[in-house]
Each structure stands twice: as structure tokens, then as C-alpha cells.
Design a protein around this ligand. Structure first.
Ligand code: FMN
Length: 200
């Protein structure tokens, strides 16, 4: 499926067929595509928790007010991020670049993030947003449906997955095959309303 078709066909799927699986080859292909998403300073804050344990799925579903996608979808991926990734051995983010480039980037990165907790958190969320859209479009391109979700109690889910200190949960994404077509789009704002030229 070409990119524009995938963008148009992707919908937030509410009902998944629990009989359909995502093949390991497809899952890996999707996740390898996700790793190519852009991040500031190439920090790649994301950490993905693939939940395969049915009991754990049930516990997450309880924390998500019973939303059926959580247990029906073939895959449940929790998009987490390390807000401290900016200082976790950052040389590895430019491992393939020349030493001179690394020598410039490292102090620049430290000065940019040091002491700025809100920015550290914003960046982690931005990175996950980039990953999320890649994940859903890559899944669609391979014929799978998805649903991005924040409708859950983050603290409970953090507890269930042993989220380490300094990490956050950005969202959950379910992937599988829809068992019902999505409702018509609820209503897109017009381009005129959201596209501005030069300033507000
Ligand atoms: C960050 C985020 C969180 C969402 N959380 C939920 C959710 O918890 N449950 C749900 O059914 N849909 C959820 N949605 C889906 C949105 O309702 C849906 O994307 C929106 O209505 C537009 O519909 P579309 O994705 O089919 O175009 C979420 C979407 C995003 C981007």
C-alpha cells in the first residue's frame, strides 16, 4: 500500500478480531520501521513494551476501563520513554559519525537539556509521537489496523509493567485486524482553520 493510501485508510479501530495474529516477520518489519522515526539529537527516547502475557493484558484492560481493544487485538505495545536518555551515554546516538561531530554534539546536547525537566519530558513525548505514527502507518501498509490509546490509568499500567524511574508512558497502541469497519470520520477541521501563514 502506498503512503497516502495508508494515511487515508488508517483509522482508530475499536473492534479487533481476536483470531487474527500479526506474523513475527511483520511485527519485526513494523518495529524496524519505527526505529527510523526522527528524534531530536537522535536520542531515540522510546522504549516499547510488547505485552504478550494474556493475564497482564487483562490487568491492563482493567486499568483501561475495560476497553475491548486491549485484549482483542493481536498486539499491544506500550510506548514508553526514558526522559533521561539525553544523558545516558549519548555518544552512541552518533556512533557512526566522525569524532569531530561527536565532540560538537555532546556539549551542545548537555547544554540544551541540563536542568530543564519540562523540556526533557516534552522531548520524550515528542519522540513517542513520531514513533506512534510510524508504527500505525507501517502496520496499515502491511494490512493491519491499529488504535492509539491514552484511556487508561497511567500509574496502574506503570506498576504492571515495572516502569523504571525517569520513564513515562506516552500511549498504548493495539495492532491487529479490525472486526468491524470504523465509523465515518467524526469531523476534520478545515485546512483554512489550522494552517496559518507566517503568524497567528
Ligand atoms: C493519543 C491518542 C489517544 C487516544 N486514546 C484512545 C482511547 O483510549 N480509546 C479509543 O478508543 N481511542 C483513542 N484514540 C483514538 C481517537 O479517538 C481517534 O484517533 C480520533 O477520534 C480520530 O479518529 P481516527 O484515528 O479514526 O481518524 C486516541 C488517539 C490518540 C492520538
Amino acid at each position: 500500500m502506498d503512503l497516502f493510501s495508508a494515511i487515508e485508510a488508517r483509522r482508530a479501530t475499536k473492534h479487533f478480531s481476536s483470531d487474527d495474529r500479526v506474523s513475527e516477520a511483520d511485527f519485526e518489519r513494523i518495529m524496524r520501521a519505527v526505529l527510523l522515526s526522527p528524534t531530536s539529537y537522535n536520542i531515540q527516547h522510546w522504549r516499547f513494551v510488547r505485552v504478550t502475557d494474556p493475564q497482564q493484558r487483562l490487568r491492563i484492560q482493567e486499568a483501561a476501563w475495560g476497553q475491548s481493544q486491549i485484549t482483542e487485538a493481536a498486539e499491544l505495545i506500550i510506548l514508553c520513554a526514558d526522559t533521561q536518555a539525553w544523558r545516558d551515554n549519548p555518544q552512541r546516538y552518533w556512533a557512526n559519525t566522525r569524532a569531530e561531530v561527536q565532540a560538537v554534539m555532546l556539549p551542545m546536547l548537555e547544554a540544551f537539556y541540563e536542568g530543564k525537566e519540562q523540556l526533557q519530558r516534552d522531548e520524550a513525548l515528542r519522540s513517542c509521537g513520531m514513533a506512534a505514527q510510524t508504527l500505525m502507518l507501517a502496520a496499515k501498509a502491511l494490512g493491519y489496523d491499529s488504535c492509539p490509546m491514552i484511556g487508561f490509568d497511567s500509574e496502574q499500567v506503570a506498576d504492571i509493567i515495572n516502569l523504571p524511574p525517569g520513564h513515562l508512558i506516552s500511549m498504548v497502541i493495539t495492532v491487529g485486524k479490525a472486526s468491524k469497519p470504523a465509523n465515518p470520520r467524526a469531523g476534520q477541521l478545515s485546512l483554512n482553520e489550522v494552517l496559518l501563514e507566517n503568524r497567528f
